[in-house]
Design a protein around this ligand. Structure first.
Ligand code: GLN
Length: 245
């Protein structure tokens, strides 16, 4: 067990960005910590709330429609400097779809003003003419198993620059932009993905990877996670891997 350890989580704007059950990602992190004896505190951060970056090891932001993104984009600008500092102090961020888009430099919706992001990721998003909807199978080279599965539903096309790299290579589906076969983004411990589903319950190996990083950020050392019986989770994950894989 990993008793006596803890992580503090900031759930950013859940009242606005929580489409397609993205809250399931928070529940997965919470349960997989508590099953190991790691205590977890979760603060829901709303509009006009302060964000104390000294407190948090892990930040989560879900997806949402363009309308909700407008309100959150404006709010995030207030916290840009401090969240950049949190990134540089190796805090872990997981951002899904609409939330992912706002961690880049900007999101340019259709027929609407450009939404400024907070540049935690060297990436930008422009609205495409096609809505990408469907199941995704992708290959990630820093977790085991290497597969990631999920459901995408977005029209935004995201392009990565400089040291921001994809988290996975698309096998089936569209991912970042339906052209370059990339899915998601990573810079430092900031992770973005288009995979809804929710993402982490279908990819518990990725959840454990994030928990390990959050513990390392807090305790300044690598901590081995106690094993869990993931028989059901592995069957779920394997059952969602597209046969083309
Ligand atoms: N509104 C954004 C888009 O369509 C994000 C959608 C989402 O979060 N599922 O690309």
């Amino acid at each position: 067990m990993n008793s006596g350890l803890k992580i503090n989580i900031a759930h950013l704007y859940p009242e606005l960005l929580n489409i397609y059950g993205d809250r399931g990602n928070i529940l997965t992190i919470k349960n997989r910590c508590e099953w190991r004896g790691i205590s977890v505190s979760i603060d829901s951060i709303g509009l006009n709330d302060p964000i104390d970056i000294k407190k948090y090891d892990f930040y989560f932001i879900g997806g949402g429609q363009d309308k909700q993104q407008i309100a959150v984009a404006e709010e995030l600008q207030k916290h840009k400097t401090s969240l950049l500092e949190a990134r540089d102090e190796k805090a872990v961020f997981l951002a899904i779809c609409g939330g992912y888009q706002l961690l880049g430099h900007y999101y340019q919706p259709h027929n609407a003003p450009k939404l400024n992001g907070i540049s935690l990721l060297d990436a930008y998003t422009v609205a495409g003419n096609t809505r990408f909807i469907g199941n995704v199978t992708a290959k990630c080279d820093f977790v085991t198993p290497e597969t990631l599965v999920g459901f995408e539903n977005h029209s935004g096309l995201t392009y990565l620059e400089n040291e921001t790299v994809p988290i996975a290579k698309i096998v089936v589906g569209n991912g970042n932009n339906g052209k370059d076969k990339t899915e998601g983004a990573r810079f430092c411990n900031v992770f973005g993905t288009y995979l809804h589903g929710s993402f982490l319950p279908k990819n518990v190996h990725f959840a454990d990877y994030l928990i390990s990083l959050a513990l390392e950020k807090r305790y300044k050392e690598k901590i081995e996670l106690a094993p869990l019986n993931d028989e059901i989770e592995e069957k779920t994950h394997n059952g969602l891997i597209h046969k083309k894989y």
